[in-house]
Structure formats: structure tokens, C-alpha cells
Design a protein around this ligand. Structure first.
Ligand code: ATP
Ligand code: MG
Length: 279
């Protein structure tokens, strides 16, 4: 679904290439978490997916990015956005319309659909995301979590096969985060959406990703299962990341020479280990 082959990219006003011979393949239906310290190149990698690099963000680019069979170098960002839905960190920056309904239909209007088709899609998405209470509201009065849902609704009307979320859980409260996670899981399971999530919050990533990439200095430092990466506390700390709560607690217990057989990533697993311990 995503095939990045030997990409080199240097921002126009930068002395050094952030990506050097960067290659990455992501298959349909994967939920890939991208983690790494500030400035490591996570967003730059995602700018490749919808062709922002090389079309909008200028720099020196070589190599190829093929998304769902289309080479982004030969495809406009507009056309790519029908394949790749991009949700940014700050919902307010992405809202373009004063009313929720027009915000949701905004993307569809450029697709040349009939009024009936647009109406049907609008109703379906509102139902799917459970946001009928927001339908007639003004976008300016929505909470950050509500704005995020409306943006997601707007993106989903275009039926993209890929969803990219760049630090999008950081501006919303815990309840909205849990809701977002539930919705993404459903979209993945019911519609086989391929999902890429960049997030500093490893607790959030650990609950949703099926694969994690650890990025530093524009390179893939580790590419493995969430379990392998989230329990490698040393690797995470070496790369400037704050480990998720449960694995880091068990790591500390192990470091204090307590008989911890393995490091869990979920509360269920942790409970099991504690029960074994106490029995
Ligand atoms: N428009 C730009 N012009 C020049 N350099 C840039 C530009 N955008 C990013 N960079 C540089 O490229 C490198 C990678 O930045 P990028 O935004 O991809 O990192 P990131 O991992 O997403 O960071 P963060 O966690 O802070 O969002 C950084 O050194 C950054 O300063
Ligand atoms: Mg970023």
C-alpha cells in the first residue's frame, strides 16, 4: 500500500538531508505507530505519503514513493488526498468552514458528486462516528476532541484507503483519545484502512499499533512488534522517549532484582504476572 524506495530529501534551507536512502513498505490493513524524538523526521516521512514532498514542500528529492500503485511524483496532492487522509496535530488549523455540516461536505464538493450522493455519505459518516449532536453546530464552538471528530468525518467522506494521524492525540482529552482509538480500530477492522500514527504517547500507541517504527535522525532504528519495542526500555530511553507506564514499571522492578519473568505491555498481562508472583 505504501512503498517508499531509496528516498533522499533535504529541505531547501537545510544543509543536511534528513532522509538518506530511506525505504519503507507498509501493507494494507497495518496500523503502524511511528515514534522518535523531536526533529527525528517523523512528520517528514508522512509528508511523502500524500505527495506534500515533493510537490508542496520544496527541497531536493530523489527516490520514489508509490501509494496504492500511484507514484506521488506524477500525481497531484489533490488526487493523493483521495487516497491518503491526513489529520494534523492541531484540529483548529484544519477546520475550514464555520458550520459542521459544510466542513464535512467540503472535501466531497471537489469530487463532483451529486447532492443526493453527498447527502447519503454525510448521513452515513455522521452515524458511523456518532456525531449527530454536532451536525448543526458552529465549528468555532466545538471542543478540540469534537473538532477532531468532524475533521475525521470530513476526511472519511473521501473514502481514503490510508489514514495518517500526526500527533493528533496530543491536543485532546483522555476521553476523546480513547474514542479516537476505538474509531480507528473499527475503521481498520471493518474497512481494512491502513493507518499510520505518529505519537509521543507510547501508552496510546501501545494500545492500537500492530507494528512500530522507531525513528531517529531520519533513520529507522527499530521496526518490530509493539511488544518488542515497548518492552525495550533501554532502547526507548537511548532515543529520548518516555516508555509506556506498565512496561517501565516492570522494567524498574526487574532492575531492582525482583523476579520479573517478562515485561508486560497491557494491564491484563501485568495482572497475570502479578498473580503468578503472588501465588
Ligand atoms: N520546512 C522545513 N525547513 C527546514 N528544515 C525543516 C523543515 N521542517 C522540518 N525541518 C527539519 O527536519 C528535521 C525533521 O523534522 P520533522 O518535523 O520531520 O521531525 P519530527 O520527528 O516530526 O519532530 P516533532 O516530534 O517535533 O514533530 C528537523 O531537524 C527539522 O528541523
Ligand atoms: Mg512532527
Amino acid at each position: 500500500m505504501i512503498e517508499i524506495e531509496k528516498v533522499n530529501f533535504r529541505y531547501l534551507n537545510s544543509k543536511k538531508s534528513i532522509l538518506q536512502d530511506f525505504s519503507l513498505n507498509i501493507s494494507k490493513g497495518e496500523i503502524v505507530g511511528i515514534i522518535g524524538p523531536t526533529g527525528s523526521g517523523k512528520s517528514t516521512i508522512c509528508y511523502l505519503f500524500n505527495g506534500l514532498i515533493p510537490h508542496t514542500i520544496k527541497g531536493i528529492f530523489t527516490g520514489s514513493t508509490i501509494i496504492d500503485g500511484k507514484n506521488t511524483a506524477d500525481t497531484s496532492v489533490e488526487e493523493m488526498s483521495e487516497k491518503v487522509g491526513y489529520i494534523l496535530q492541531e484540529p483548529s488549523f484544519q477546520i475550514a468552514s464555520p458550520h459542521v455540516e459544510s466542513e464535512i461536505t467540503f472535501g466531497m464538493e471537489n469530487l463532483g458528486l451529486s447532492i443526493e450522493e453527498m447527502d447519503e455519505k454525510l448521513n452515513n459518516i455522521i452515524q458511523k462516528l456518532n456525531i449527530s449532536h454536532l451536525r448543526y453546530r458552529q465549528t468555532a464552538n466545538l471542543s478540540e476532541g469534537e473538532k477532531q471528530k468532524v475533521i475525521l468525518a470530513s476526511i472519511l467522506t473521501m473514502e481514503p484507503k490510508i489514514l495518517v494521524l500526526d500527533e493528533s492525540s496530543s491536543m485532546v482529552d483522555t476521553t476523546s483519545k480513547i474514542n479516537l482509538m476505538k474509531t480507528l480500530k473499527e475503521l481498520n477492522q471493518q474497512e481494512q484502512k491502513t493507518i499510520v500514527i505518529i505519537d509521543h504517547d507510547l501508552d496510546f500507541i501501545s494500545q492500537i499499533a500492530t507494528r512500530i517504527l522507531l525513528i531517529n535522525d531520519g533513520k529507522i532504528i527499530a521496526d518490530s512488534t509493539p511488544n518488542n519495542i515497548l518492552t525495550d526500555i533501554k532502547l526507548l530511553r537511548e532515543n529520548g522517549l518516555i516508555p509506556a507506564t506498565i512496561p517501565s514499571l516492570f522494567y524498574e522492578l526487574k532492575e531492582s532484582n525482583l523476579p520479573v519473568s517478562r515485561i508486560p505491555t497491557s494491564s491484563d498481562e501485568a495482572t497475570k504476572i502479578l498473580a503468578e508472583w503472588l501465588s
